[in-house]
Write a protein that binds this ligand. Structure first.
Ligand SMILES: *[C@@H]1O[C@H](CO)[C@@H](O)[C@H](O)[C@H]1NC(C)=O
Ligand SMILES: *[C@@H]1O[C@H](CO)[C@@H](O)[C@H](O)[C@H]1NC(C)=O
Length: 282
């Protein structure tokens, strides 16, 4: 009796043991993967898939060759835990595809008859080649230019003008004094692009919120015919120059990249790819 009751209690305590062990180890695993954003983004995009997007980024012909790495992209994404981590699996992949498409247009080395097509040439450039000016707004007192610095486009999103001040403040570097770091440090470079993607700059929503389908249009958006989708993200990034125009080549290049990447991710693009019928944000 004594033996069997103790073996019963042993059994009970052992299955309890096992259950708590399982619960504990799964809690530890969850905490670890939460800490390690790398495994989160890498579960959406492997090195192999990433390489298939950017077939030519490391070609000697590309000025950014060997600058933009998969590892620095993953590492940078750990600073933005909601990136590629909001909503359904389709939404997550679509958001990452949209982000990589927009940065590909910003840094493209492609042309219509390029090897592997015009949309295999993202991340080819890391800085603007012939800037029209140093993009200094000398009237901006909040983000004053530092003498002798150029705020031309740099990095995956081609950060420019006073955005250097804002991005630097958010990410912990002096962007107005050291804008060059965006084109000589791959990790900082990807962080500036993700910062831009994730950050609302009123009256514009964040690109992230739009792509994950969580943006509710304002009255101004309705009046400006700004529908929610990839086209609105283009509007956020460069709508003042590209939106509201019929069949704009730059807009079409962005869309071409997005269609190719969404296809490689195995997801559809969602509606409203274009911004040709949208007014820009003010
Ligand atoms: C990178 O940029 C920073 C900031 O401007 C500068 O201090 C540093 O010398 C640069 N490094 C290289 C290798 O160009
Ligand atoms: C609003 O945009 C849609 C496409 O999203 C277009 O079909 C429609 O004609 C536009 N309306 C106006 C008034 O521009």
């Amino acid at each position: 009796m004594a033996a069997s009751s103790s073996s019963v209690s042993l059994l009970i305590s052992c299955s309890f043991c096992l259950l708590s062990f399982l619960a504990l180890s799964s809690a530890l695993q969850t905490a670890a993967s939460r800490r390690d954003g790398r495994s989160r983004i890498s579960s959406l995009i492997s090195q192999q898939l990433f390489d298939s997007f950017f077939l030519h980024k490391d070609d000697p012909a590309c000025p950014a060759n060997n600058f933009y790495t998969y590892a620095s992209f993953l590492q940078a994404s750990t600073s933005f835990p909601k990136f590629g981590n909001t909503g359904s699996q389709v939404r997550r992949r679509r958001e990452v595809a949209a982000f990589l498409a927009q940065v590909s247009h910003e840094t493209t080395g492609g042309w219509p008859t390029a090897p592997d097509g015009p949309f295999a040439w993202g991340l080819c450039f890391k800085e603007e080649v012939s800037p029209q000016s140093d993009y200094c707004d000398s009237t901006n007192k909040q983000w004053p230019c530092y003498p002798g610095r150029s705020y031309k486009g740099r990095g995956p999103i081609q950060l420019s003008n006073f955005n250097y001040g804002q991005a630097g403040k958010a990410l912990g570097f002096d962007g107005l004094r050291n804008p060059e770091i965006v084109s000589n440090n791959s990790l900082v470079s990807f962080k500036t692009a993700l910062w831009f993607w994730m950050t609302e700059q009123k009256p514009k929503p964040s690109c992230h919120k739009v792509m994950v389908g969580r943006y509710v249009r304002t009255r101004d958006d309705l009046a400006a015919n700004r529908t929610v989708g990839f086209g609105m993200v283009t509007n956020i990034i460069n709508g003042g120059l590209e939106c509201g125009l019929p069949n704009d080549g730059r807009v079409n290049d962005r869309i071409g990249y997005f269609q190719r990447y969404a296809n490689l991710f195995g997801v559809d693009t969602g509606p409203n790819l274009d911004c040709q019928y949208q007014k820009p944000f003010n």
